[in-house]
Design a protein around this ligand. Structure first.
Ligand SMILES: Cc1cc2nc3c(=O)[nH]c(=O)nc-3n(C[C@H](O)[C@H](O)[C@H](O)COP(=O)(O)OP(=O)(O)OC[C@H]3O[C@@H](n4cnc5c(N)ncnc54)[C@H](O)[C@@H]3O)c2cc1C
Length: 467
């Protein structure tokens, strides 16, 4: 690194946008959970794509590696620098322009640092909907969501970020600005290169803008919470609705009685808005496109509940009731956090294998790991569950060896059912060992070749995804 590297960087982005002091760097150097404690050389905060390009060129010339960062809400440490004080964090949060909102083509072109919430609001202000919805949407950015191929509670109906991304703009390893911000639904002109950057976790380039597909919002939604006896009934009722009425279910979220107990103990939910307690709970949301459908659907849901042998179901009758039902689901992570450090897993299996996965985990978990409880919740309609181990008693630490054994147990169970050890959170720095263990060797080799072709000097996010 040449002695004038930082000076040149400051000239490229403005002195105020190069942070080098310890206090300024800390929020960028640590992950939001406080699990990882990195130490960067500095943090640059460019405001234009040309500034990103100049930053990358300077880094390439000086062999300085780059950690791209959005809202820093990632789950796997992908946005956290290592402890060497040699890596540069490139934070995109000052690049938040809405370059175009095209209501005729149903899409918006926005810069990487715009938050998901701001993108949702902009679309809603124009009568459209940006459907990606995750609990971190106030801070998580478009660039981060593209780079992690984020999922969330509406994937069932609208797909994940890959399905919502029509085009991207990215800065490549030599500082080239590659603009592929096309609004096309059809474009068969060779390899679809943007797909490499979607889910690339900042290892192939810096995404500076994206063209996002928008949808027409439903005229209303029917949201319900049901207490159910079996996971199988949650899946069969979903199949039933989809088979009879098409793709109108937006969310199908499952959580267990363990989640409900944690909510009661740690978040003040003494009881859920149901008559009794149940082994499982289902939070569902159905999109309605005709005014007046609410009454018909309320009847259909009660009838469906009967077929599920469920006699305890509550429908949201107002927006505030809807928000209250969603708050239950969204507070589960907080209820876990209050219990102590949990060992989190985000796995997926073919939807039909969900009951088998849960049975395999529940059958032997508690006899093997007596100090822990398993808390299962997640996007059951997508085959994606969070299977988290939590200490039985508040504040008790789960030891490192036990944590590793638990993770192996959960991942082995998912992979044995043809599932994935990382459904929507990615790999980052935390799951590289699982990548080496579970990913097929030919796929790993192809990934390494792609990385070498696009980033021959290895300046983008080393130590993440691939090791
Ligand atoms: C409470 C909570 C709930 C969550 N729920 C969900 C959920 O339901 N579904 C889900 O999928 N995720 C969820 N997440 C995880 C997280 O919010 C998402 O992964 C989100 O997409 C990350 O966005 P970010 O801007 O914070 O990215 P960051 O955390 O800053 O970065 C994530 C990764 O992307 C890279 N990156 C970021 N920006 C860029 C860019 N512009 N160019 C290139 N690389 C970049 C980083 O290097 C890193 O590898 C949740 C997180 C929290 C805290």
């Amino acid at each position: 690194m040449s002695p004038d590297f930082l000076e040149n960087l400051a000239a490229a982005v403005g002195q105020a946008n190069l942070l080098t002091s310890h206090d300024d760097r800390v929020p960028f150097d640590t992950d939001w959970r406080g699990v990882l404690d990195g130490r960067s050389l500095g943090v640059v905060r460019p405001s234009r794509v040309e500034e990103v390009a100049e930053t990358v060129r300077l880094c390439a010339k000086n062999s300085v590696t780059i950690v791209p960062q959005g809202g820093n809400t990632g789950m796997c440490g992908g946005a956290t620098p290592d402890g060497s004080a040699q890596q540069l964090v490139v934070s995109l949060t000052r690049m938040r322009a809405i370059r175009e909102l095209d209501i005729t083509s149903n899409c918006m072109t926005v810069e990487a640092g715009l938050s998901l919430f701001e993108a949702q609001e902009a679309a809603a202000g124009n009568g459209l909907m940006m459907p990606l919805s995750i609990a971190s949407e106030g801070s998580a950015t478009i660039g981060g969501a593209v780079s992690t191929n984020a999922g969330g509670v509406n994937v069932l109906r609208y797909g994940n970020m890959r399905d919502l991304t029509l085009g991207i703009e990215a800065v490549l390893a030599d500082g080239t600005i590659w603009s592929d911000l096309k609004k096309l639904h059809k474009n068969n002109t060779g390899y679809d290169l943007k797909q490499l950057f979607i889910g690339g976790e900042g290892t192939l380039g810096i995404v500076t803008a994206a063209c996002i597909k928008l949808h027409h919002p439903p005229s209303s939604r029917l949201t319900f919470l049901a207490g159910i006896k079996s996971v199988q009934s949650a899946l069969s009722s979903l199949k039933d609705i989809q088979g009879r009425f098409g793709k109108i279910v937006e969310s199908w979220e499952l959580f267990s009685d363990v989640s409900a107990n944690l909510l009661a103990r740690n978040c003040g939910y003494e009881r859920l808005p149901l008559q009794a307690t149940h082994p499982w709970y289902l939070l569902g949301e159905i999109a309605l496109y005709d005014d007046g459908d609410e009454d018909i659907w309320a009847e259909r849901l009660v009838e469906m509940a009967g077929r599920m042998q469920c006699d305890d179901i509550v429908l949201a009758m107002s927006q505030s009731q809807r928000e209250n039902l969603w708050a239950i689901r969204e507070n589960i992570s907080e209820a876990e956090r209050a219990q102590g450090k949990s060992i989190k897993h985000d796995v997926s299996v073919p939807t039909g294998a969900i009951p088998d996965l849960i049975a395999r985990v529940l059958n032997s978990f508690e006899t093997r790991f007596t100090d822990c409880q398993i808390n299962i919740f997640g996007h059951v309609g997508d085959g994606n569950l969070h299977i988290n181990a939590i200490p039985r008693e508040i504040g008790v630490q789960i030891g490192a060896d036990t944590a590793a054994a638990i993770s192996e147990f959960v991942y082995d169970a998912a992979v044995a059912l043809d599932g994935s050890f990382s459904a929507e959170h990615g790999i980052g720095s935390m799951k590289t060992a699982q990548m080496a263990k579970y990913k097929e060797p030919p796929a790993l080799e192809l990934m390494r070749q792609i990385k070498a072709a696009l980033d021959p000097m290895g300046i983008f996010n080393p130590g993440k995804v691939l090791t």
